[in-house]
Design a binder for this molecule. Structure first.
Ligand code: AHR
Length: 497
């Protein structure tokens, strides 16, 4: 099979906001306790943070991490997690039906984020609480001092404010599973008034309004239109969440699911622009895809867990090779929408539907999905280019005209480096790609990284890294023509400079 590509420096989609390589840590399962934080672990630092985990996170160059939920935030009292640790209450955590010890809270998380080089994307509770708790929290985190909440922070050992810039106005407020679920009207009003109060405390913040929990929600689209009608001038982003799975073990169909994500993004952009027109607004709203991943392996296991335990192994999906391919394709989809998708969070980061896993007291290791996330985060910084691709196509159970090849390209103009990300979804054949690279004639191929495996279901474990990339791809560039053979079911990163 053959494919053709045309890429030019001047066909630009937009600058990549590095925050599309964000991630998420929720107080859920072993993400915090036993994940990023495990005092007594041989690799824990003086504050109880696991250094082995921090090292794996740092390598990913995660620019922003959403916290503390997720569903958990909708019944969370942030005050429980600050002050002397021995005085913090144990609480029933209602979203995941566990016991929350509150040994990690706002200040510890801000410390951890600083250590791994990330910003915090903080969510406020708009389920059981509202304007008052949110304005107090932002006074605690962002106000320099001389007031009740800012001085309380100082008394807790944090003289300087954390200056958290990005805030989520609640989480998945349309979901019946959410504590304090709201109608679109109720949420729109509450989010708008909370945004107003928070901006009065700190005008420099950016705010994300909750979009639908996923595209299958019965109120999808109407929800976005209604809540944005109320919040359009108060917020900067609307959120999108989506998880995919291969329940039917139909790999051709599964690998096409980023087409659904593409459609989702286009739909939400249209709704934002409709509200912009309706309000005669000059402002363009951007998208925060602040929960995305594969999530389906752990469902049955989780149903058997006993409630009300501390840090049980919840949502511990064990990812295989085909999951890594879909994650790669989803990252490509974000790059294709670099002009409007300005933030995205791989949900989540450690142990809970995560690229990084840990053993309590033991090792930390990388899942298959770690690699495409690593490659795009590290090499995908710059300007997203518009690939003109002509790829053979297939039809699957849910999708028609699925290109076998997905492609995104990012030009780092300063470093004069180009990274081309490609997935070949063909289950049995390699595809020979010829590309017109005339505007990169002076470049040479620095590296062609490939993630491939004959077994779509191959997994990594703490003992063995079966699915790991190699750099033996055959991409070559001659007289402005790039030639490459893309192996069947493979993830490819071609770096030129
Ligand atoms: O990421 C896991 C959960 O998925 C989050 O808590 C929630 O927001 C979503 O439903």
């Amino acid at each position: 099979l053959k494919a053709e590509l045309n890429l030019d420096k001047n066909y630009q989609i937009g600058k990549v906001d590095e925050r599309i390589y964000g991630s998420f840590i929720e107080h859920l399962g072993r993400a915090v306790y036993g994940g990023i934080y495990e005092p007594g672990h041989p690799k824990a630092d003086e504050h109880g943070f696991r250094k082995d985990v921090m090292e794996l996170v740092r390598a990913l160059r995660v620019p922003i991490v959403r916290y503390p939920g997720g569903n958990m935030v909708s019944a969370y009292n942030w005050e429980d997690g600050v002050g002397p640790k021995e005085e913090r209450p144990q609480r029933l955590e209602l979203a995941w039906r566990t016991i929350e010890t509150n040994q990690v809270g706002t200040n510890e998380f801000a410390d951890w984020a600083r250590k791994v080089g990330s910003e915090v994307m903080m969510a406020v509770n708009l389920g059981t609480r509202g304007i008052d708790a949110a304005r107090n929290l932002i006074e605690y985190t962002n106000h320099p001092g001389g007031t009740y909440w800012s001085d309380l922070r100082r008394s807790h050992g944090y003289e300087n404010p954390h200056n958290i810039k990005t805030w989520c106005l609640g989480n998945e407020m349309d979901g019946p599973w959410q504590v304090g679920q709201k109608t679109a009207y109720e949420y729109g009003r509450l989010a708008s008034e909370t945004a107003k109060a928070m901006r009065l405390v700190d005008p420099n913040i950016e705010l994300v309004a909750c979009g639908s929990s996923n595209t299958d929600m019965p109120t999808f689209a109407e929800w976005e239109a209604t809540i944005l009608d109320h919040t359009y001038e108060q917020v900067d982003y609307v959120s999108l969440h989506q998880y995919y799975g291969n329940h039917e073990n139909d790999s051709a169909n599964y690998l096409a699911k980023n087409m659904d994500m593409d459609h989702f993004i286009k739909t939400v952009i249209s709704i934002c622009d409709y509200i912009k027109a309706k309000h005669r607004s000059k402002k363009t709203l951007n998208l925060s895809f602040d929960e995305w991943n594969v999530w389906y392996h752990s469902g049955e296991h989780d149903k058997k867990l006993e409630p009300w335990t501390i840090a049980p192994p919840q949502l511990e999906d064990h990812y295989n090779f085909e999951d890594a391919l879909l994650v790669g394709s989803m990252l490509i989809t974000f790059l294709q929408h670099a002009d409007r998708v300005k933030m995205a969070c791989l949900a989540q980061l450690v142990n809970v539907i995560a690229p990084i896993m840990t053993e309590n007291g033991g090792r930390a290791w990388k899942q298959t999905i770690y690699y495409p996330y690593l490659h795009v985060s590290v090499f995908g910084r710059g300007v997203s280019l518009q690939p003109i691709l002509s790829s053979p196509k297939y039809d699957s159970k849910e999708f028609t005209d699925v290109p076998y090849i997905d492609c995104a390209a990012v030009l780092n103009e300063e470093a004069e480096e180009l990274s081309v990300f490609l997935v070949n979804k063909h289950l049995s054949e390699s595809i020979s790609l010829t590309a017109d690279f005339r505007s990169f004639k002076e470049y040479r191929v620095l590296e062609h990284i490939v993630l491939e495996n004959d077994d779509l279901k191959a997994v990594n474990t703490a003992e063995q890294q079966t699915v790991i990339p190699h750099a033996r791809g055959d991409a070559s560039l001659k007289d402005g023509t790039l030639s490459v053979n893309l192996s069947k079911t493979s993830w490819n990163v071609i770096r030129l400079g």
